[in-house]
Design a protein around this ligand. Structure first.
Ligand code: ADP
Length: 381
């Protein structure tokens, strides 16, 4: 009897141990699957945060960083992990830390602009809000940061452009006004003075006209409204025409114009390309020397690309100005440009047109030995 009871007990005990083991396994499995699910949610969250264009920073209730997404790290140039640090420790930005401290469940921060001085100035827009629990107690802070640098740069360029345009328009206009007033005040009674003044008025009204035409061209090109009408064009005859149009101007300075281009067909918009040659050859005559020479030549670079060169033998361009001459209103010698009727927009129009054709433009010069302007065009198949 006692033996039977012992056997039953033993069986029961084995079954009990097996059941205990099974439940332990089941609990382990449950724990593992819960951890797996939590890891998956965390990975998904991280992927989501890292795919955001805006910088995102999560702080706990003690102001310590819980999470900084990839955009945030890029914006602030973070190279080491910042989890657990405060804003001052991680970024050394007391202004930002003070802003974040001012955030409460009742007080959000919206659209605050922060300028980061440094090698390359950056502008950031900071938005921040408190993270509260069910009882309304603040448990942390979330920060969303937009990069405004590009927008600010565009805004600055626009303001500079408007200021430049106003200045360029005002100068000839006040000259015209001044000479008209002097004529009306009596100068018109002296025929010699009258003719001289009227010629100045004519020159300045032409300057205004050129300026407005160039501004309209720039605005058209920049708006992207106009499309290049690409055709197969024989380059040599086209340059022959451009040189012909400028021959009277060249004669006044006894400048020789030469077309050294080989026979080549390119893909380009005929009117726009005439404008490019017109501007480059006109500049070469204007800024070249008296009795000098201007040559248009070119090279086949490969199956797809042809390189054109407009070369003069004038005083040339200083090295530090070679890239800047393509900027709007940049002139090496302001007085010389104005005296020649320049608007300061010719080369920026050239650059726009060449780039709209998918080409590149650049200048080379050895001061005293002339300037050479190069640009590339696509060859016709
Ligand atoms: P601008 O109306 O003043 O001629 P551009 O944009 O055509 O304006 O040219 C910008 C500046 O580049 C000119 O003012 C001039 O100082 C310089 N430049 C352009 N072409 C030449 C050249 N062939 N030789 C020397 N300087 C030049």
């Amino acid at each position: 009897m006692a033996l039977a009871a012992g056997v039953v007990h033993l069986r029961w005990r084995r079954a009990f141990l097996r059941a205990q083991e099974t439940s332990r396994d089941a609990i382990e499995q449950l724990k593992e699957s819960q951890e797996h699910a939590a890891r998956q949610v965390q990975t998904q969250q991280e992927a989501l945060f890292n795919s955001m264009i805006e910088g995102l920073l999560l702080l706990d209730e003690h102001g310590r960083i819980q999470l900084a997404n990839r955009a945030f790290s890029d914006l602030f140039g973070l190279t080491t992990p910042v989890r657990g640090k405060t804003i001052v420790e991680a970024l050394r930005l007391t202004e930002l830390a003070a802003l974040v401290e001012s955030v409460t469940p009742q007080e959000q921060l919206l659209g605050h602009e922060l300028r980061l001085a440094g090698l390359s100035e950056r502008w950031l827009q900071i938005n921040a809000a408190a993270i509260s629990d069910a009882n309304g107690k603040q448990r942390g802070t979330v920060l969303v940061v937009h990069d405004l640098t590009r927008l600010k740069q565009l805004e600055r360029a626009r303001q500079e452009f408007v200021a430049n345009v106003s200045h360029e328009l005002r100068t000839p206009l006040s000259l015209i006004k001044g000479y008209v007033e002097t004529l009306l005040d009596g100068a018109k009674d002296n025929p010699e003075v009258e003719t001289k003044f009227l010629q100045t008025i004519q020159r300045n009204s032409e300057r205004l006209q050129f300026l407005i035409e160039d501004l309209l061209t720039i605005s058209e090109l920049e708006s992207g409204r106009i499309r290049m009408n690409l055709q197969n064009l024989a380059l040599r005859p086209m340059v022959e025409k451009a040189l012909g149009d400028l021959s009277a101007r060249a004669r006044t300075k006894r400048v020789t114009l030469t077309n050294h281009l080989p026979e080549v067909t390119v893909r380009a918009d005929a009117d726009r390309l005439q404008q490019v040659f017109g501007n480059l050859v006109d500049n070469a005559i204007k800024y070249g020397r008296l009795e000098g020479s201007v040559t248009v030549s070119g090279n086949t670079l490969n199956d797809d690309t042809f390189e054109v060169c407009v070369q003069d033998d004038g005083p040339g361009i200083p090295a530090e100005a070679l890239e800047r001459v393509f900027e709007r209103f940049y002139r090496v010698d302001k007085a010389r440009s104005r005296e020649q009727g320049g608007t300061g927009l010719g080369l920026s129009i050239v650059k726009h047109i060449v780039q709209s054709h998918g080409g590149r433009v650049w200048a080379k010069s050895e001061p005293g030995k002339g300037a050479a302007f190069f640009f590339t065009l696509s060859r016709a198949e």
